[in-house]
Ligand binder design. Structure first.
Ligand code: C2E
Ligand code: CA
Ligand code: CA
Ligand code: CA
Length: 278
């Protein structure tokens, strides 16, 4: 048993070392990702359930490295957060996203872009100023930008979050709470957040058609949001059955593979053009 215990420690150590060196590799590679043009944005359509109307796109970051291949934002965003690189990357995403929106608007294509804010970005004291500058330089009406922060980020320090949300709200941008249901918001706290949209986390949405607990959870999130005058968007809708249930629960909007994968910018533009002229 003792021998085996020692082997476990060795395996554990080897595994830990492998993970550490992967983290360091990513952190190093990230340093030059922007200048080497390895980052790009994808756009996932968001739809109003009534009339199946395209309302906007969520901006999703992609990283294609020449030797490491394509790396998921779920893996590299946390690395960038702990190294501090997220400040630069987050700003790059806002700038590229708004630049793209400006190009679409020049072609007469109107839409909304939803952009993710990381926890570190959300805490930075000059965030509202950065966003005001970008909106100004690309001549984007503030209501065409929705900023998403996760429920977890909002709840780290609810009092501080309320202040930051109000200063963003004063710019006229829209605000969304992302991954809702995974954190521990109370109704009392949510009531004080000036947000427009609750995005119901995919983990509930994917189970609503076979798990009563998830269906009840989604129902009460939607009711609570509506009582507070907040609109709801269900994430990760993959099946017609999920869609039907969400319709019954009077969810306003969806996003998911059923009605649209994340698209590169040319495909997003084609979709947008077909919907704008319809
Ligand atoms: P998220 O903000 O919850 O984004 C939704 C994720 O769900 C995206 O994964 C999207 O591709 C995926 N998804 C959408 N519809 C479906 C569906 O029907 N089924 C399934 N299985 N998945 C679906 P992605 O692009 O890999 O992004 C993962 C996470 O990385 C995001 O989760 C977000 O937290 C983070 N992220 C992505 N881009 C950015 C960014 O620009 N800034 C920050 N801070 N975080 C980002
Ligand atoms: Ca999001
Ligand atoms: Ca989400
Ligand atoms: Ca999520």
């Amino acid at each position: 048993a003792k021998q085996r215990g020692r082997n476990n420690v060795q395996f554990y150590t080897a595994d830990l070392q492998a993970r550490m060196s992967r983290l360091m590799e990513l952190e190093n590679a990230l340093r030059t990702a922007i200048e080497h043009n390895e980052l790009c944005l994808y756009y996932q359509p968001q739809w109003a359930l009534v009339g199946q109307r395209l309302t906007g796109f969520e901006v999703l970051l992609r990283w294609q490295h020449p030797t490491l291949g394509s790396i998921s934002p779920a893996e590299f965003i946390p690395v960038a957060e702990s190294s501090g690189q997220i400040a630069q990357i987050g700003h790059w995403v806002l700038k590229q996203g708004l630049a793209q929106l400006a190009r679409w608007r020049h072609k007469g294509l109107d839409t909304l872009l939803a952009i993710n804010l990381s926890a570190v970005q959300f805490r930075s004291t000059d965030l509202a100023e950065q966003i005001a500058e970008l909106l100004e330089s690309y001549q984007i009406p503030p209501e065409c930008l929705e900023l998403e922060l996760t429920e977890g980020t909002a709840m780290e320090d609810p009092a501080q979050a309320r202040l930051q949300l109000s200063s963003l709200r004063q710019l006229g941008v829209r605000l969304a709470i992302d991954d809702f249901g995974t954190g521990f918001s109370s109704l009392a706290q949510l009531r004080h957040f000036p947000v427009d949209t609750l995005k119901i986390d995919r983990s509930f949405v994917q189970d609503i058609d076979h798990d009563q607990g998830s269906a009840d959870m989604v129902r009460s999130i939607i009711q609570m949001a509506h009582n507070l005058g907040i609109s709801t968007l269900a994430e990760g809708v993959e099946t017609a059955r999920q869609l039907q249930l969400l319709q019954q629960l009077e969810c306003e909007a969806i996003q998911g593979f059923l009605w649209g994968q994340p698209l590169d910018c040319a495909s997003a533009e084609t979709l947008l053009a077909s919907k704008n002229s319809a």
